[in-house]
Design a protein around this ligand. Structure first.
Ligand code: PLP
Length: 405
């Protein structure tokens, strides 16, 4: 791969592995390759390192290490939570979740529906927020699990997990949260929250891809998703990914130590980026509530242009970001999150998510802010939608001025 200068604003997709994390994991790829389940020291020492990593991951959540199950990714953890809730409560066949979850929940729910389960997808309002009264009313006697994400990966909007957990507890229903986008961005305390299950994925946390965890509260019944060997205390079969587990532990340790400083720094960069775009480029609007929101995410609609075109021009100047649409079978489907918030397809397709991380600098934000207005101007000059602002204004009633950037 050529090494163009990279300005990375796609940290909600995945993050750069921290040098400290790489240093911690490398010996387990290079030298310490023994099977952690073996009797001999060469292997059992790896087993001890796994337990050390479990302690560190538990500390990030204020959990007991016994409550941590290492998995292969956030997707597996989400699937395992849904599976376990249904398998341990055969009389309950209803899942309550939201319309804005990650596909790791939504597509598993679609599969469960085909197997005869019922699923309710709660709507969100224009800010991306949930109606807790409706959530409360939607819990049924046969609800096996309520699964609501903590922070949305596209907009950064944070759901009131503590209140949702309290509602579930009062109705004696299991509660799982997909917290994949939360660590390193907000304080996490499962004891205070009182959730039953919680998903994390290490590659959102400056650790490698292919390692996740599922927190399962002590005394919560759990049916493993992967069956086989006795690894992970019989709760997740498969020879452990020692190097990645060690990496996860180190990344969790760093995230906990740096939480306050990094959040303040990243929030200031994100706010400067967002406020400057909104105040200097016409016909732009933030998607989702300003608060509560994780401090690193900004999702902005650029009316009269296609997000994919913006991404291609950003790529030419080394900037990585994501758009509010996904390429499915050759066409651009607007994001399900923005659609659920009532954002019109044209605006959703012109939306870009900028997600910052520990390695972003003020200079990188300057680089982006320097080039972005020109990119938008250029695209609007050739955009048929921008050429007919009166028509576009009826699609976007809030923006009646012709586009001018
Ligand atoms: N849940 C959320 C909210 C995510 O953002 C992601 C990744 O994008 C996942 C789950 C899936 O995590 P993984 O890539 O580790 O399977």
């Amino acid at each position: 791969m050529s090494r163009q200068e990279i300005y990375y604003f796609d940290n909600n997709a995945t993050t750069r592995v921290a040098p400290e994390v790489l240093d911690a994991m490398l010996p387990f790829l290079r030298d310490h390759y023994g099977n952690p389940s073996s009797i001999y020291k060469f292997g059992s020492q790896c087993g001890r390192e796994i337990e050390e990593a479990r302690l560190k991951a538990a500390a990030l959540l204020n959990a007991d290490p016994k409550e941590i199950i290492f998995t292969s990714c956030g997707t597996e953890s989400n699937n395992a939570a849904l599976h376990s809730a249904l398998a341990t409560q055969p009389g309950r066949r209803h899942i309550l979740t939201t319309a804005v979850e990650h596909s790791a929940i939504l597509n598993h729910c679609a599969f469960l529906q085909r197997q005869g389960c019922e699923t309710t997808f709660l709507p969100v309002d224009a800010d991306g927020s949930l109606d807790l009264h409706l959530l409360d009313k939607s819990i049924r006697p046969d609800t096996a699990l309520v699964s609501v994400m903590w922070a949305n990966n596209e907009t950064g909007v944070v759901f009131p997990i503590e209140e949702i957990a309290a509602i579930c507890r009062s109705k004696n229903v299991l509660f799982h949260t997909d917290a994949t986008q939360a660590p390193g961005k907000m304080k996490m305390d499962v004891k205070a929250l009182d959730v039953d299950m919680l998903t994390l994925s290490a590659h959102k946390l400056h650790a490698p891809k292919g390692i996740g965890l599922l927190y399962v509260k002590r005394r919560t019944k759990f049916q493993p998703y992967l069956l086989g060997g006795h690894q992970e205390h019989g709760r997740r079969a498969g020879t452990e990914n020692v190097a990645s587990i060690v990496a996860f532990g180190r990344a969790a340790e760093l995230a906990l130590a740096n939480l306050k400083d990094e959040n303040t720094r990243v929030r200031a960069l994100r706010d400067r980026l967002e406020n400057t775009i909104l105040s200097t480029i016409a016909n732009t609007v933030r998607n989702g509530a300003q608060e509560p929101r994780v401090p690193n995410t900004s999702n902005i609609a650029f009316d009269f242009v296609e997000g994919e075109a913006i991404l291609l021009l950003l790529d030419q100047i080394g900037v990585c970001a994501s758009s509010g649409s996904a390429c499915t079978t050759g066409s651009l489907a607007p994001s399900h999150v923005l659609t659920a918030m009532g954002v019109k397809p044209a605006r959703a397709r012109g939306s870009i998510r900028f997600s910052l991380g520990n390695y972003n600098t003020a200079e990188e934000v300057d680089h982006l802010l320097h080039h972005l207005p020109q990119i938008i101007k250029k695209l609007r000059e050739i955009s048929p939608a921008a050429a007919k602002p009166h028509h576009a204004a009826s699609v976007h009633p809030k923006h009646e001025k012709p586009p001018a950037s």
